[in-house]
Design a protein around this ligand. Structure first.
Ligand SMILES: [Fe+2]
Ligand SMILES: [Fe+2]
Length: 289
């Protein structure tokens, strides 16, 4: 890639982040209507979904700490994105969803906002070496892409489900405004991932593939218990059958497959992503039984 092509993309990224910040301030709490017509029905059908989404959104507070550990010397555009734009938007999503689940009679989400794991600290220490930081940054963009894509798909289904239940206040003043903010996050990670991948050396790409396969987990699924929560979310959204889970994984991983498995046309879904979502459903079913 010529240096001018890189500059254009960097300029686009900076513009994108500035525009997201201007056009999407955190959702104003005064605009939210928590009216739920049938709390039991919503609790029954989407209680576990709300709990998982609330926790994943609230835990961005910890993700920001993790990023500071992982990327000791981040490009300015990344730092601005996660501290000034992404972090505050997601934290507000979490706050609103958690309040919603409390209003329908559920306990608030149990979150971990402060623990940065040893694994991440080790990676962060290695990332003081610039070529390794480049690898870690690629992992960060891939994680961002898969997380935002799965959030988008999940909110889409949650929106339809709540509409079916006739919960207009919640769909119009909570789910729709949240959904409007997620595509900009996804676009940031996708632009960053494509640009960064193009700049990596062969050995760095190899290492990214290895580390990604070793470490992939859906967002907020660090423990076996939390993995089952992901499965519950999928079951709640009608994504529990093997076919639906596979289609979900395929959509979540589309660009990752395109980049990391460009030469491997037989791979429709990176196997570690397909397995992680399938296993999450199995874990949820085992826990329920
Ligand atoms: Fe969000
Ligand atoms: Fe997001």
């Amino acid at each position: 890639m010529s240096s001018s092509a890189v500059d254009v993309t960097e300029h686009r990224l900076l513009e994108h982040v500035a525009r997201l910040g201007d056009e999407h301030p955190p959702i104003d709490l005064a605009s939210v209507d928590f009216t739920v017509r049938r709390p039991e029905a919503v609790r029954e059908r989407f209680g576990t979904v709300l709990d998982y989404m609330a926790r994943a959104e609230l835990e961005v507070e910890r993700n920001v700490l993790e990023l500071a550990t992982l990327l000791p010397d981040p490009p300015e555009v990344d730092r601005v994105f996660y501290t000034d734009v992404w972090g505050p938007q997601e934290a507000r999503h979490g706050l609103i969803l958690d309040e919603l689940q409390v209003r329908i009679g559920r306990p608030p989400a149990t979150t971990d906002l402060t623990t940065v794991s040893t694994r991440l600290r080790v990676l962060g220490a290695l990332a003081h070496l610039e070529p390794i930081q480049d690898v870690v940054r690629m992992l960060y963009y891939l994680t961002g892409m898969s997380t935002e894509r799965s959030a988008l798909l999940a909110y889409h289904r949650l929106h339809d489900g709540l509409s079916e239940l006739g919960e207009a206040a919640v769909t119009d003043t909570i789910i729709t405004p949240i959904r409007r903010q997620e595509p900009g996050h996804y676009a940031f990670y996708q632009l960053s991932a494509r640009r960064h991948w193009a700049a990596l050396a062969r050995w760095q790409r190899w290492l990214v593939r290895r580390l990604r396969a070793l470490s992939f987990a859906p967002v907020g699924a660090g423990t076996p218990e939390q993995k089952a929560d992901v499965g519950d979310m999928m079951l709640g959204l009608g994504l529990g059958s093997p076919g639906a889970a596979a289609a979900f994984a395929e959509q979540v991983a589309r660009v990752e497959r395109e980049l990391l498995f460009a030469r491997d046309r037989g791979v429709r879904v990176p196997p570690y992503i397909a397995a992680a979502f399938r296993d999450a459903v199995i874990a949820a079913e085992a826990r329920a039984a």
